[in-house]
Design a protein around this ligand. Sequence first.
Ligand SMILES: Nc1ncnc2c1ncn2[C@@H]1O[C@H](COP(=O)(O)OP(=O)(O)OP(=O)(O)O)[C@@H](O)[C@H]1O
Length: 326
Amino acid sequence: MYAIEVENLVKRYGNFEAVRGISFKVKRGEIFAFLGPNGAGKTTTVHVLTTLLRLTSGKAIVAGHDVVKEPIEVRKKIGIVFQDPSLDRELTAYENMYIHGRIYGLDGNELKEKIEKLLRFVELWNFRNKPVKTFSGGMQRRLEIARSLLHEPEILFLDEPTIGLDPQTRTHIWEYIKAMKEEHNMTIFLTTHYMDEAEQLADRIAIIDHGKIIAEGTAEGLKKLVGNDVISLKLEAPEKLKCLKSDFIKGCKLLSGNRVHLEVENAAEALPKLFLLAQKEGVKILEVTYHRPTLNDVFLHLTGREIREERGESTLKMIARMRLRR
Ligand SMILES: Nc1ncnc2c1ncn2[C@@H]1O[C@H](COP(=O)(O)OP(=O)(O)OP(=O)(O)O)[C@@H](O)[C@H]1O
């Protein structure tokens, strides 16, 4: 049986279709990532699957229950870590855990033992009596993860689990996510616009853009869509910037900053031919690098845009939102 089954899911806000008929299945015990830029429809999908938003049409079964017909059953079996912080900042870490546990009907020694185990798991036990407002962003996210695990959910939803965090803290959170999967065989559905996050964590990735899934597979499988190698060029004279055409160039995209992105079978063989071609066309190459395809290259191949372009804006938006809340 699948942990999540989604068929032709549509979510409209008024006339605007934020999620446009997506279908996918997540296996039990799998980490499944929704990778896409800002505004792609990731949070909307999470909110529908966690029964916080009602779908417009289509069907979604989560942990064996229909999200529309059996929302209470779904809620009992899932945990959620939201993109926006949802802790009570005036209370201590322990108090936040305790109240959440009580809401889920836990009590007495069982609750106390679980709180201790989970606060130790996210390395916050020594900070249990400190108010959350004194915690760093990374500590707060760790506490949210611990809190979401209190009622031992079958499926954990993580909406942009490391947005706005520094690289070291992000790596730390990735370790907890991997441990949850390995130690508890938990199904994890996460959304992210960080390609490295999807690549590091996910067994399978669905790339979402403008409310549609445009590709799905393992990171390696998705990269095969691009081919073997990618050459990045920086060129002089933007007015001359154009796609170079030749048989050995399988794909060519013009990017911002006078950059050109070429998909080739074999970069080592293509480079000498490329220099000759550029010379013939009167195009001056300032910089050349080449690499194996990344998920950013996959997104570019499929959409003509880079996920990266939107990343800075999204992170800044998040930081601004968090500051406003304080
Ligand atoms: N309550 C709402 N009313 C109207 N439009 C909305 C609402 N919530 C989201 N949208 C729009 O729906 C689209 C998808 O938003 P969503 O938040 O799901 O995207 P996302 O991929 O999660 O991006 P982000 O990570 O920035 O939240 C966006 O164009 C957004 O502006």
